[in-house]
Design a binder for this molecule. Structure first.
Ligand SMILES: C[S@@+](CC[C@H](N)C(=O)[O-])C[C@H]1O[C@@H](n2cnc3c(N)ncnc32)[C@H](O)[C@@H]1O
Length: 96
């Protein structure tokens, strides 16, 4: 079944499913897109100080577990989104 979205987003957003992390990483390499993870790891670089390439692919984690180890290992870097106050983690949709 073709994906659909609200406000006819399916007409201008292209959804591509990769069955495995290996498949996704190979696709990104072929397309010349650096893989950048977005999550709160001790070695994550603050997004606002990172020089984002114009073309890249940002990977966000699942709501509970966050980014998998496989994606973390495949990513050229992981980036964190700074927050103020006591909450350090926001939901994945808001982070995107
Ligand atoms: C609710 S978080 C998962 C839990 C998260 N790994 C933690 O340590 O709390 C779900 C996803 O949202 C994104 N996310 C949420 N808050 C973030 C933040 N402050 N910086 C970077 N990514 C964030 C990441 O992609 C993360 O994998």
């Amino acid at each position: 079944m073709e994906p659909t979205g609200a406000m006819v987003t399916d007409r201008y957003q292209h959804v591509r499913h990769h069955p495995t992390v290996e498949d996704f990483v190979a696709w990104a390499q072929d397309a010349g897109l650096p893989v950048l993870g977005v999550d709160l790891f001790p070695d994550s670089v603050p997004l606002e100080t990172f020089s984002l390439p114009r073309d890249c692919v940002l990977v966000f984690g699942q709501e509970g577990p966050g980014l998998s180890d496989q994606i973390r290992d495949a990513a050229a870097a992981t980036l964190s989104i700074a927050q103020f106050g006591s909450t350090r983690s926001i939901n994945a949709g808001v982070a995107v």
